[in-house]
Design a protein around this ligand. Structure first.
Ligand code: SF4
Ligand code: FES
Length: 261
């Protein structure tokens, strides 16, 4: 019986059908990446100053280009915007409502005001609502925003006594109060084990943790807020995709993740 010859780099190079034990390394210098496609610029006015940003940029990026410090709570550079906190709103000339800077794309000719009375009032209200219903004692950034906008969460009255597990009724639900005290999401801390401790009394529902975990693990988290029927098991998610679209409050509360459009 003829003895089989060992496969070498040389014999392999002339025999395409032979199994390749190694991945050939291309010779020569490492090829340079193709040049980035230049992006068109859009020009807009923010607080009276003209600024140019690449097409597709958000108003928040335009503000930051000008060094305008716009508050954000639910925004993170590496997550899709969820638009839930609304503390970043700005005034867009010609628009009926304030617009969230973190997700609204900049367009040519826009005129934006980031520090008008209307913007300041809206931001103050958002921050006051949060600080009066959530324990923000461990959130120095939010407290700094409160101070900046003159928030007075104490004007809603002292915190109402903790009322069991309000989130089992509805995500972020507040229980009715006597009208003299502020409704809160205060509730007992949930200690599952030494590593997994959930204090929903401090959760502002920014969804950063949900978005981060969904994107990283491509699987639904145990929702930060249980489904309305706490006895019903969350359905298993089989709709994983490479890009996860924003998760709405209702979808998150039910433990499901929407399909990519
Ligand atoms: S627990 Fe999640 S949703 Fe709540 S404040 Fe923290 S990061 Fe945001
Ligand atoms: S940071 Fe823009 S909506 Fe929350």
């Amino acid at each position: 019986m003829e003895k089989k010859k060992p496969v070498t780099q040389e014999s392999f190079a002339f025999n395409d059908s032979a199994p390749c034990p190694t991945v050939p390394v291309p010779a020569g210098p490492i090829p340079a990446p193709p040049p980035a496609t230049p992006r068109n610029k859009v020009t807009l006015t923010v607080d009276g100053k003209t600024v140019q940003v690449p097409e597709g940029s958000t108003l928040l990026e335009a503000c930051r280009t000008l060094g305008i410090d716009t508050p954000t709570l639910c925004f993170l550079e590496n997550l899709n915007p969820v638009n839930v906190c609304r503390v970043c709103v700005v005034e867009l000339e010609g628009a009926r409502t304030l617009v969230p800077a973190c997700s609204r794309p900049a367009e040519n000719g826009m005129v934006i005001r980031t520090d008008s009375e209307r913007v300041r009032l809206s931001r103050r209200m958002v921050l006051e609502f949060l600080a009066s219903s959530v324990d923000v004692s461990t959130a120095p950034e939010l407290q700094a925003y409160l101070e900046r906008y003159g928030g007075q969460p104490e004007r809603y009255g002292p915190a109402a006594p903790a009322a069991g597990e309000p989130e089992t009724e509805r995500a972020g639900a507040h229980c009715p109060t006597d009208g003299q005290t502020a409704a809160t999401v205060a509730q007992p801390v949930k200690i599952d084990n030494d590593l997994y401790i959930r204090d929903y009394g401090k959760c502002i529902l920014c969804y950063k943790c949900v978005k981060r975990a969904v994107r990283r693990h491509r699987t639904p988290l145990p929702s930060p807020w249980p489904a309305a029927d706490s006895t019903a098991a969350s359905p298993p998610n089989t709709r994983f995709r490479s890009r996860i679209p924003p998760v709405s409050i209702a979808e998150t509360a039910s433990g499901s993740v929407p399909p990519e459009p």
